[in-house]
Structure formats: structure tokens, C-alpha cells
Design a protein around this ligand. Structure first.
Ligand SMILES: [Zn+2]
Length: 236
């Protein structure tokens, strides 16, 4: 699938995130965006979008603001800690957008994304809390970014973002998932109770190293679950 990737401020094409998408079979258009002139960056983004007609636009940080300020038609937006308050005039996102953001982000506050979702009238599932910093280049963040892109590539809607958050999981659904413990690196198999909802977050101790992990479960419309873990935050 074609993806337009809009990089962040003082970032360059060919970084970890676009490379990860390419390594997983996507055709990634990754233009150089002007770091000084935001309007020029938007013009570049729009020209590349019009030329390539990607199904998905991924925008990272300032690139997220660029993505919000171009006309993407029916393409889906995947925004990584978007810096929409710092650049551009757009202050809402269309339905079926997805945002990834870390609560520990010390560059763009997590609350900016909460505000963006609220301003756009979108359900809370639109915002996925993940990662441990602004870069979102850790394994879990990369894997969830890819998962969302693959979901959109297959023509699926992102679960919960159509405003209908009732459970659509049937009996044939996956009943186990696995995550990699951030502390010890072991892959942990866990049972999934999909009747608990399509978007779950809970804390459990790693059975190998006993460190507390925050477990996130997201279930798509086929009943396939994506599971990832991050170290439990000590109440900041
Ligand atoms: Zn562990």
C-alpha cells in the first residue's frame, strides 16, 4: 500500500519509522519538508499527496501538523504525537483518524492529543497511548503504527472510531495474545477476554521478571487482537 510519510521538524527522510513501513512491504513516499517555512512544507505535502494518491498519510510531530493542513480526501490519517498547536491552523481531524502518543512525551504534551480528539468530536479510542517518549521509535510503537496502517490498507475501519463501540467479537475470535516484556525481553502469552471490550488497558506483573507492565489490547473487527506492553508508570 502507498503511504505518504511526513517527517518531523529537523528530521530527515529515511528514518526508523518510514524504514519500518518499507521493511513491512509498504510503498512509502517520504518527501523532504522545509524546516523553516511551514507553508512550504504543507505545499510539498499536498503536491506529493496529489501526485501519489496514498491511502494513508502518516505524520510525525510537526509532520502531523502538515498532514492536518493538507487536503487528503478520503485517505486516512495516522498521527504520531502531532504538533498541531505549534504549527498550522487546522485544529480538528476527520473521523477514522488514529493518533499515537506517549503520556511521557516531553516535547508535545499528551493532553494536546486528548484536546484534539475532543475538539474533533471523535471517540477516545482514536487516541492510542503508547511509547515512552516523543520519538515513538520503540518496538511497540512501530508495531502498532504498522498494525493501524495494515488495517487501513485492508479497507477496515479502526475499531471504535465509527462512534459505535459495541463489541463485535464473535466466538471464533482469537483467545490468546502475546507481548514482549519491556524489562526482560521475554515473550509472554496471555489469555484474552474479548468480552471486556475492544480496547483494554490493565496492569499485570511479568510472570518471568515480576516487573509491572501496563498491557494494552486492541481488537479489530475480525476479532484479531494486537497486544503490547510498556513499563508501568509510577504515578506521575
Ligand atoms: Zn519480564
Amino acid at each position: 500500500m502507498k503511504i505518504l510519510f511526513l517527517h518531523g521538524w529537523h528530521s530527515v527522510p529515511g528514518g526508523v519509522k518510514p524504514t519500518y513501513l518499507i521493511d513491512h512491504g509498504h510503498e512509502v513516499i517520504n518527501p523532504v519538508l522545509d524546516d523553516d517555512d511551514f507553508d512550504a512544507a504543507v505545499a510539498t505535502g499536498q503536491a506529493q499527496f496529489d501526485k501519489h494518491q496514498p491511502m494513508v498519510v502518516v505524520g510525525s510531530s510537526r509532520g502531523g501538523a502538515v498532514a492536518m493542513n493538507i487536503n487528503v480526501g478520503n485517505a486516512k490519517l495516522v498521527l504520531l504525537c502531532p504538533a498541531w498547536k505549534n504549527w498550522g491552523s487546522a485544529n480538528s481531524i476527520p473521523p477514522q483518524s488514529v493518533i499515537l502518543h506517549s503520556r511521557a512525551d516531553d516535547v508535545i504534551p499528551f493532553s494536546d492529543s486528548e484536546e484534539l480528539v475532543a475538539r474533533s468530536g471523535l471517540p477516545p479510542e482514536t487516541l492510542i497511548e503508547i511509547g515512552s517518549d516523543h520519538r515513538l521509535a520503540d518496538a511497540a510503537s512501530l508495531s502498532v503504527m504498522l498494525w493501524v496502517c495494515n488495517l487501513f490498507a485492508s479497507g477496515e475501519e479502526f475499531p471504535g472510531t465509527d462512534g459505535n463501540s459495541t463489541s463485535f467479537v464473535d466466538a471464533s475470535s482469537q483467545e490468546e495474545g502475546s507481548y514482549v516484556c519491556d524489562a526482560c525481553g521475554e515473550e509472554i502469552i496471555i489469555p484474552l477476554d474479548l468480552t471486556e471490550g475492544t480496547s483494554q488497558t490493565y496492569v499485570e506483573d511479568c510472570p518471568v521478571c515480576c516487573r509491572a507492565n501496563t498491557i494494552h489490547v486492541q481488537v479489530d473487527e475480525e476479532g484479531n487482537a494486537q497486544v503490547w506492553a510498556e513499563p508501568e508508570q509510577d504515578g506521575q
